[in-house]
Design a protein. Structure first.
Length: 183
């Protein structure tokens, strides 16, 4: 499992990112690996870190080929590892869940804020890092990579490998007053 932006194995050592999922899958007979990489970094940086995780799993005899499930930015990281870093021989499938493949307006707004008030963003990143214990390495780069423009460039350069199965899942959140959607 590849976690998303801001992810870690456990927040403040208490709340697991993949809450109760590992036990559920292990009880069903699956071998599950839920490691962690930098919480705040673009897919290129995190992808190299995930590649190291896969190399370690192979070296430790855990497996030779893997089905990768990536949540949010973890899906982008998985695509990068399979498509650019050449791990198509180790990755059988990439399944993405709520991954911003085409970018997100939230990132567009965030980058707009960075350009308008960089001091505010630096302060917010420092506060977030202090509260979560995650650090603030490359947070602005990470957000920029998930803008609609950043993802258009990513998609042009990170192509699906024909030897890897790809699937993507997403959902829709209804606003509290959107009764038609909630029905």
């Amino acid at each position: 499992f590849f976690h998303g932006a801001g992810g870690t194995d456990a927040y403040v050592g208490l709340l697991d990112y993949w809450f109760e999922l590992e036990d559920h899958l292990t009880d069903a007979g699956f071998v599950v690996v839920m490691d962690a990489v930098d919480a705040f970094a673009p897919p290129e940086v995190r992808g190299a870190q995930w590649a190291d995780v896969l190399d370690s799993l192979v070296a430790d005899g855990v497996g030779r080929r893997f089905n990768v499930i990536g949540h949010s930015q973890g899906g982008l990281d998985a695509r990068y590892v399979a498509g650019v870093l050449g791990y198509h021989d180790r990755i059988v499938s990439v399944v993405t869940v709520a991954t911003p493949h085409r970018g997100t307006p939230v990132a567009d707004a965030g980058i707009g804020l960075v350009q308008a008030a960089p001091w505010l963003v630096d302060g917010a990143a420092g506060v977030l890092a202090g509260l979560t214990g995650l650090g603030d390495a490359a947070a602005v780069e990470q957000v920029a990579s998930m803008t609609t423009v950043g993802m258009a460039e990513f998609n042009a350069n990170v192509l699906n490998h024909p030897d890897v199965y790809y699937a993507s899942y997403a959902g829709k959140t209804c606003s509290i007053l959107d009764f038609i959607c909630q029905a």
